[in-house]
Design a protein around this ligand. Structure first.
Ligand code: ADP
Ligand code: MG
Length: 201
């Protein structure tokens, strides 16, 4: 099987959301096939169809050899390891990981709908996606940046450059994987509106 480019949406609005996103990215980087991992800045939004405090959201993309359902299982495991509970639909959550895209595949199974059924309507998904992949398209819906422009009335704010994550294999000298720039961990370190674009490792 050829690697497939997968896209995962991360969200959290309870506890320490920034810590949850950073820790989830570290776990995604450690998936057996997380090659070519890039991730977005962290974005803040008011809850959409959900309760509780503001959300922090980010998007990660990586090549995977896992089939979609196995990848979903891995994501669910990371969620539950972060204390995710599902007391009721759209409850506040410590960590939400959604499989947004799996290459250009359209999947409708009992457990999995890809593209994620509401991603094309949500600024908190589309803004980070367009940040790391400006030409992203969503099967059945079209160009992500066009869809983002149609997301009116969804205030969203980019609050931090890409999170620093722990290196997978710490090398002497401390190189880090992914798009981490040493020292670039201060929220607002970039000029406002300047998109920090993810780089391949
Ligand atoms: P949501 O993310 O929609 O707010 P949950 O995270 O609680 O809600 O997910 C509910 C169910 O959605 C999960 O049990 C999962 O099996 C299913 N699901 C269907 N498609 C997807 C997808 N693309 N990514 C993640 N979960 C999905
Ligand atoms: Mg989910």
């Amino acid at each position: 099987m050829m690697p497939v480019r997968a896209c995962v949406g991360l969200g959290a609005n309870l506890g320490d959301p920034m810590a949850a996103l950073t820790s989830a990215l570290t776990r995604i980087a450690a998936l057996p096939t997380g090659d070519g991992l890039v991730w977005s800045s962290v974005w803040r939004t008011a809850p959409v169809d959900a309760a509780g405090p503001d959300f922090l959201n980010a998007v990660a993309m990586f090549d995977t050899l896992l089939d979609p359902e196995t990848l979903l299982d891995a994501l669910r495991r990371i969620e539950s390891d972060h204390g995710r509970e599902r007391p009721y639909r759209n409850a506040p959550r410590l960590l939400d990981l959604d499989l947004l895209l799996y290459g250009d595949r359209v999947i409708e199974s009992a457990r999995l709908t890809v593209p994620h059924p509401r991603m094309h309507l949500r600024a908190f998904v589309l803004a980070p996606l367009v940040e790391i992949e400006p030409r992203a398209t969503i099967p059945g819906h079209g160009a992500a940046r066009v869809l983002l422009a149609a997301c009116t009335g969804q205030p969203i704010e980019r609050i931090a450059p890409p999170a620093a994550i722990a290196p997978r294999d710490p090398a002497p000298g401390g190189t880090t994987p992914g798009n981490t720039t040493p020292g670039d961990t201060t929220p607002g370190a970039d000029a406002p509106g300047a998109m920090a674009v993810g780089r391949d490792r």
